[in-house]
Design a protein around this ligand. Structure first.
Ligand code: SDX
Length: 433
């Protein structure tokens, strides 16, 4: 027995022995399978990359069948219980948990890069009061690149590290100021005496009080949510960060692309879509009709299903527990009853069971955000803040991977064969079409 597969091309009768490495066969191996010397050779076709590994990565492991998620080998449940978001960001980026000195230096560096250039406040005024904050975040990530021209030196490790810190530090400031813009309130500047999430709450919610005191329950809840959302291997937005970054685009614009991908309702925008769905259902008695609509393909059960998890998303389990803690402080969110009943019905309904559709990270998170006072439009932004650490880890790993090149997939051409230009006067006479 050997770690190979033997394929026979029945067009030619030739057989080929292709090596298996890490449970994969290199797509390039199929190019040798030709019918003639001038044949391009076989490609593999995999729309949406459902069965394609695009890279080797040591950052995050997901076992979809078992519902396992680990950052650099550490189970997400342990990190959610024992760690902090900034420590997890360090872990994702550096591969190891920091020593106390490394941790304190890291926190100090992030804390002292939370300010953004005042010119950005002028740019913010260019947005309508009801501009979606996620679209603003996409814009401001790109805009930030105009202040740091040297960030283009993506092959310089020191430059990468400098701007990784800036981005992680500035995400909460950008997000909070988008919220303050939408609510017509003055921007609150960072308070470096507060924690990462405490300062974020300060910039969001401080009003006339001379010093904002974040409530410890909310501060810790946000920190745990940020840990849970920090990375998730090759999801749609991480793929965007890697693809755009593979062209040696600076990290700010690479993350603008990632944020744009996360904004989609099938991805990070699902937490917003879940809240809107629960509001639309309105009452437990309307759930059967809604489920019927799902099965008829009229709409999706947002917050359910996952490309990789074919079991309960471990993050959703932690968030569900967190929700009960937060509601003891904020008061029970009435939509929780609809969410719990929806989950109970869906987990026992053949349509969802057969398709292995379980609650994902977005199903319960919105209920917490709403109870904490966030408007629903801010939900994807709350996903983007911590995911910046994951995107930057993936971006950095791609740049230091000697196998990687500019991302440029091939295609199966289904268009017209060669044809001659048709003058305007001769068009529409049937022959041209
Ligand atoms: C995130 O990739 C990541 O890791 C993402 C993420 C991360 O941390 O980065 O985990 C974050 O994006 C979580 C997912 C949030 N999205 C949603 O909650 C939106 C609702 N869920 C889906 O639309 C869907 O489940 C996806 C997009 C998440 C996954 O889609 P796939 O893997 O492409 O599956 P599919 O669309 O091919 O669906 C397979 C079948 C279909 O039915 P059939 O054609 O077989 O009859 O399952 C059905 C779908 O109609 N289906 C659903 C459903 N999700 C899939 N039916 C009803 N409700 C749903 N939510």
């Amino acid at each position: 027995m050997s770690d190979t597969i033997t394929v026979t091309d029945n067009r030619t009768g030739k057989t080929y022995e292709l090596p298996i490495t890490d449970g994969t066969v290199r797509a390039a191996e199929f190019r040798q399978i030709k019918t003639s010397a001038d044949d391009f050779g076989l490609m593999v076709y995999d729309p949406a990359f459902k069965n394609t590994a695009s890279c080797r990565s040591a950052i995050t492991l997901i076992d979809g069948e078992k519902g396992i998620l680990r950052y650099r080998g550490y189970p997400i449940e342990q990190l959610a219980e024992k760690s902090t978001f900034l420590e997890v960001a360090y872990l994702l980026l550096n591969g190891e948990l920091p020593t106390k000195e490394e941790h304190d230096d890291w926190v100090n560096e992030v804390t002292h890069h939370t300010y953004i250039h005042e010119f950005l406040t002028r740019a913010m005024e260019g947005f309508k009061y009801d501009a979606h904050p996620m679209a603003m975040m996409v814009s401001f990530l790109g805009a930030l690149s105009t202040f740091y021209k040297e960030a283009k030196n993506v092959r310089d490790a020191a430059v990468r590290r400098e701007h990784i810190i800036k981005i992680i530090a500035k995400m909460p400031t950008l997000a909070a100021w988008c919220y303050r813009h939408a609510t017509g309130r003055p921007y609150i500047y960072p308070d470096n005496s507060l924690s990462y999430t405490g300062n974020f709450l300060n910039m969001l919610f401080r009003m006339a009080e001379p010093k904002y005191e974040p409530h410890p329950v909310l501060e810790r809840t946000l920190d745990v949510l940020f840990i849970l959302h920090a990375d998730h291997e090759q999801n749609c937005s991480a793929n965007a960060a890697r693809a755009v970054g593979s062209a040696e685009t600076d990290p700010y614009c690479s993350l603008a692309a990632a944020a744009a991908a996360l904004y989609g309702p099938l991805h990070g925008g699902a937490n917003e879509a879940v809240l809107r769905m629960l509001r639309r259902i309105g009452s437990v008695k309307n759930i059967p009709d809604f489920i019927k609509g799902c099965k008829a393909g009229e709409h999706r059960l947002m917050g359910f299903g996952h490309r990789v998890y074919k079991n309960y998303d471990p993050r959703a389990r932690v968030i569900k527990g967190l929700a009960h803690q937060v509601f003891t402080f904020t008061g029970r969110n009435p939509l929780l009853d609809i969410a719990l009943e929806l989950e109970k019905i869906a987990l026992n309904d053949e349509y969802f069971v057969k398709r292995k559709l379980y609650p994902n990270v977005d199903f319960y998170s919105g209920l917490i955000y709403q109870s904490m006072g966030f408007p629903v439009e801010m939900f994807p932004v709350l996903f983007a803040i911590p995911r910046a650490a994951g995107w930057l880890s993936q971006w950095q790993e791609m740049l230091t991977d000697k196998e990687q090149r500019i991302a440029r997939p091939r295609q199966i051409y289904t268009g017209s064969d060669v044809r001659d230009y048709v003058e305007m006067a001769d068009r529409g006479k049937g022959s041209a079409s």
